[in-house]
Write a protein that binds this ligand. Structure first.
Ligand SMILES: Cc1cc2nc3c(=O)[nH]c(=O)nc-3n(C[C@H](O)[C@H](O)[C@H](O)COP(=O)(O)O)c2cc1C
Length: 166
């Protein structure tokens, strides 16, 4: 049994990030936009509005968020299951997940980061704290801008099975 089993099913979200970073192919830093799937997340404060995500230390996204100190939480409908699974099973270190999935970019308004156009809602977050949590880092983000277009049909995950609320 894993510690996360007690919390299933959990809402699967997509976290997008952007950082200027050196890659294997370019000696000069270049701007990278990335997306990864995340189930370990929660709101942690009303005032100020804070939202926490727990990201594996080995994730490319963790490297980008550590560098830029910003991220966007994108809420996805069940109809985007294929894209969510792809972003959760492939690293963005050597591929462009926007290109591969067809998810479209939208500029965030309050932070220098990318949002996902197809999302049903978003939280634009600026990192105010990072907690070392074993093999993960908990990034606590202050929510500087948010919108929830709709709250139905969100995507929940239990291992490789997905479900939704009505
Ligand atoms: C349904 C699902 C939920 C996931 N939840 C998390 C999570 O909460 N935290 C995390 O670090 N990785 C989670 N992952 C794994 C990452 O999304 C995966 O390792 C991804 O390829 C990392 O991409 P990156 O290297 O481009 O950052 C999840 C994967 C799936 C499929």
């Amino acid at each position: 049994m894993k510690v996360s089993d007690v919390a299933k099913p959990m809402q699967a979200i997509l976290v997008s990030s952007r950082a200027e970073i050196k890659t294997k192919f370019s000696p000069e830093p270049e701007v990278k936009d990335n997306i990864f799937t995340l189930c370990w997340h929660m709101p942690v404060s009303f005032d100020p509005p804070l939202f926490a995500i727990s990201a594996g230390k080995a994730r490319y996204s963790s490297k980008l968020i550590k560098e830029s100190k910003v991220f966007v939480v994108n809420f996805m409908d069940l109809k985007h299951e294929k894209e969510v699974v792809f972003c959760g099973t492939n690293s963005g270190e050597h591929i462009d997940k926007f290109k591969e999935t067809g998810l479209e970019k939208e500029e965030a308004e309050k932070i220098d980061c990318v949002r996902i156009k197809q999302a049903s809602g978003f939280l634009e977050c600026k990192v105010v704290n990072e907690v070392d949590a074993g093999d993960h880092i908990v990034f606590i983000g202050e929510v500087l801008n948010m919108d929830l277009k709709k709250t139905k049909n969100r995507m929940f995950s239990e291992d490789d099975r997905f479900t939704t609320t009505k």
